[in-house]
Write a protein that binds this ligand. Structure first.
Ligand SMILES: [Zn+2]
Length: 337
């Protein structure tokens, strides 16, 4: 009996070691090979989201290659007594591209009275996204994030924190383009959608959920048909916080609570990109708790299958970090001739 157990244990250890050796030798090498052939390809510079253009252009290090795929999220047990928490988790079957949020999609009414879904757009962004994550963690609760692909390529480590905390990660295009704009074509819309997802996958080291939110809630019909064909769920909202217009955190809290008390439930649209929202969140979560609201987390049944063309294009378009800012003369000197 003891010998049989030993044999099983031995086999298990051997299997793990074989997997590990394969991973460190074979698996990452393809990514690195792709990434080091970058030099000749100019980095893609798509116009940044209007509200982020100035801040991001001076950043040299773009999407870093994750050293290993993000581990499946295993949030620690909640340490806060009486935390807001998560009252239930719903799993979404995204075939055919279902729509959520009564502002635009009225078919799927799945929330019951006082149930709330927290959603955050336009991240990941330094300071504000981590502050949102901390507020959520302090209340042991979960949200859905719709990051912008470009921002994910600037700050992949912040997006990895979002996923590692157990939140759901969807996408919000590559550059926050209006997919219903006059100059938008079907091809451009497809590029915005797919490049956004691929950038997020590159940042996370794992595919995001097939959840999508249109920038400015501009639902272009052609883009909607495309998302449906890709089995991607579309998210509008029940309740818009208009936090980007708020003059202070109090205004964010008051707008959300006033609307919520009137409607009784809903998917709330906020922005982890916004400073006032990050500052408002601890208070807002307290108010939700005091008001008897319950948080529902939405998850997808399966991750999105990204398109390899866009995955590859992003690898090739990545800029490597500058190894040393020193001039050549200070690094290389002829000492004999
Ligand atoms: Zn947005």
């Amino acid at each position: 009996m003891r010998n049989a157990l030993g044999l099983m244990l031995g086999s298990l250890i051997a299997a793990i070691m074989i997997s590990a050796v394969w991973y460190w030798t074979a698996a990452p090498r393809t990514e690195l090979a792709a990434a080091t052939s970058i030099g000749s390809v100019p980095a893609q510079r798509v116009a940044a989201a209007s509200n982020a253009a100035t801040a991001a252009d001076d950043i040299e290090i773009t999407a870093a290659i994750p050293e290993k795929p993000a581990a499946p999220a295993q949030p620690a047990a909640c340490a806060t007594p009486d935390a807001l928490g998560v009252s239930r988790v719903v799993e979404i079957e995204t075939a055919g591209g279902p729509g959520f949020g009564f502002q635009h999609f009225k078919q799927l009414d799945f929330l019951t009275e006082r149930e709330v879904v927290l959603t955050f757009d336009d991240g990941p962004w330094p300071v504000n996204t981590p502050a949102v994550l901390k507020a959520l963690a302090d209340e042991c609760t979960k949200a859905v994030f719709f990051p912008i692909g470009k921002h994910a390529s600037y700050h992949p480590e912040i997006l990895r924190q979002v996923a590692a905390a157990g939140h759901t990660v969807g996408a919000h295009t590559w550059s926050h383009a209006n997919l219903n704009g006059k100059k938008m074509t079907e091809q451009l819309a497809k590029d915005e959608i797919e490049r956004g997802y691929s950038a997020i996958k590159l940042a996370l080291g794992a595919a995001p959920s097939p959840f999508f939110r249109f920038p400015e809630l501009q639902h272009g019909p052609a883009a909607m048909a495309y998302l449906a064909s890709r089995n991607i769920a579309m998210f509008s909202c029940d309740l818009d916080s208009f936090d980007f217009r708020a003059k202070n955190p109090e205004q964010v809290v008051n707008t959300v609570m006033t609307k919520l008390d009137k409607q009784g439930k809903g998917i709330i649209l906020m922005h982890d990109f916004q400073k006032h929202t990050a500052e408002a969140l601890p208070i807002l979560l307290q108010r939700l708790k005091a008001g008897g609201y319950k948080i529902v987390q939405m998850k997808s049944k399966a991750p999105l299958q990204t398109v390899s063309y866009y995955d590859d294009a992003l690898f090739k378009g990545m800029k490597l970090p500058v190894a040393s800012p020193r001039s050549v003369g200070s690094v290389v000197q002829t000492v004999s001739k």
